[in-house]
Ligand binder design. Sequence first.
Ligand code: CTP
Ligand code: CA
Length: 227
Amino acid sequence: EQHQSRDLLLLGKKVLISAGPTREDVDPVRFFTNRSSGRMGYALAEEAANLGAEVTLVTGPTELKLTNDAIKQVDVITAEEMFHVMHEHFPSSDIVIKAAAVADYRPKQVYKDKMKKQEEGLTIEMVRTKDILKSLGEMKNGQYLVGFAAETSNPLEYGRKKLTSKNLDAIVINNVSSEGAGFGGATNIVTYLNKFNQQHEVSLASKHVVAGEILRFIDRDMKDEEG
Ligand code: CTP
Ligand code: CA
């Protein structure tokens, strides 16, 4: 068995991961979403399980299937649902990784009937969703909290700001406009930055390899903090 030859670095750890996009309805046939495939979050869940962790994956709508049935999967659709499920599991988790691409806005009004087209154009009023990661950061007590940042410009600068403003322990910065990185694809290129401003680059690799690296950085940081 392949798993037994690995180091079970995360044995006994409870790991909570969110993945995929969220989906916000405007009427019964239309919704707003984004390009997240869920692959990075699913890869993190599978690699964490391979490292011995007890894993819960909270996932928005994706086409992916987990390969490991020891992972607990909770399906959600909207940012609001993800907020509630993440909060429910947060207190009992040791490591929390928010790889989901959460909608920042949802339509103010959700129409019960399909909207009919009009002669003129259409303006849809959007309102802000809750920032799940930020609210977890505010209630942290001992959890190692890791966010993701998807950026198309100044990734380090924006990533560092998110790390601080959301009270994270580390952030995985994703330059979604570079070739081989970001949404949809099977590979990624990331920068892992912790709250002590230590930075690790993970060069172009499959999302599974990148996931394994991220989990090893997290494990190392947690052991450093324990002293
Ligand atoms: N996030 C969240 N809840 C939201 C929006 C984002 O939990 N409503 C989390 C994401 O899961 C990710 C991190 O916050 O881990 C950063 O998401 P990102 O979209 O890069 O940053 P935002 O803070 O939303 O800022 P912006 O989109 O303006 O860059
Ligand atoms: Ca956002």
